[in-house]
Design a protein around this ligand. Structure first.
Ligand code: C5P
Length: 238
């Protein structure tokens, strides 16, 4: 895979005009654009086609679905017609829901399982009634859910760079690791909300297949150059 194809740029922007501006600017510099709930709800499904047209890249639809299996299956079958590469579904508590998602995808969109949100900590898991083996070591739950995602036919999981290696070990190389929380060494404005960060090179070396990189590119003086620098850093790994 060419290095820039591993870069996913999240269109965390409030309007269609802003999103399309970045899609056009980063055309040929990233492999995928991530459309999240904010933009999807603001613009509706037609935003997918528009971003593809301007950005000439694939789409990762980050809707993080979580419902009863039949509802998820039907929702995913609607997404399957949109021409997106990846869609997120929470791993949650039931294999049936993930299997429903995979069935609904009909092989047209890759399902990515969200294992445990990075905003969830030990205290939350304990409070929610998880067994101590999971509440006290969130990684155990992440791994368990990654294995479940693989078993149910998901193409990958969303995880931190710090988890990518253990996930590959537990679930096998066939499961894509899609990793946010990336901060290049040259990036100066680190005062944001990502806690457990990694450089692009380290994350790829740790087993990440795709990197979700937002603010380091968006807020750079020259976003195109910033994306190129990330690709060069990945390329240099050989
Ligand atoms: O690079 P930056 O921190 O700006 O990227 C933020 C993006 O990564 C957002 O779209 C956010 O939804 C996504 N994300 C995250 N942490 C996770 C999962 C996804 O920041 N654990």
């Amino acid at each position: 895979m060419k290095a820039h194809k591993r870069i996913i740029f999240p269109l965390d922007l409030p309007s269609e005009a802003e999103a399309l501006k970045y899609a056009e600017m980063l055309c040929g510099r990233v492999g995928m654009f991530k459309i999240g709930l904010e933009l999807f709800l603001e613009c509706g499904p037609s935003i997918v086609e528009k971003v593809v047209e301007k950005g000439q890249a694939e789409i990762f639809l980050d809707l993080k679905l979580h419902d009863i299996p039949v509802t998820v299956e039907r929702a995913v079958s609607r997404v399957a017609g949109l021409g997106v590469r990846f869609l997120t579904v929470h791993c949650g508590e039931s294999e049936a829901m993930l299997k429903g998602a995979v069935a609904g995808s009909d092989g047209k969109v890759g399902i990515l399982g969200v294992t445990v949100l990075t905003s969830v900590g030990r205290g939350d898991l304990k409070e929610a009634g998880f067994l101590p083996e999971y509440a006290e070591d969130v990684r155990q739950l992440v791994m368990k859910r990654a294995v479940m995602a693989r078993k149910c036919g998901c193409e990958g999981v969303v995880c931190s760079g710090h988890e990518a290696a253990v996930i590959k070990e537990a679930a096998g190389d066939g499961l894509f690791a899609v990793t946010p929380g990336i901060r290049p060494a040259w990036e100066s404005t680190r005062s944001d909300d990502q806690k457990r960060i990694m450089t692009p090179a380290r994350a790829i070396s740790a087993g990440a297949d795709y990197l979700v990189i937002g603010r380091p590119i968006r807020d750079a003086q020259d976003p195109r150059r910033a994306a190129e620098k990330v690709a060069e850093e990945i390329e240099a790994l050989g």
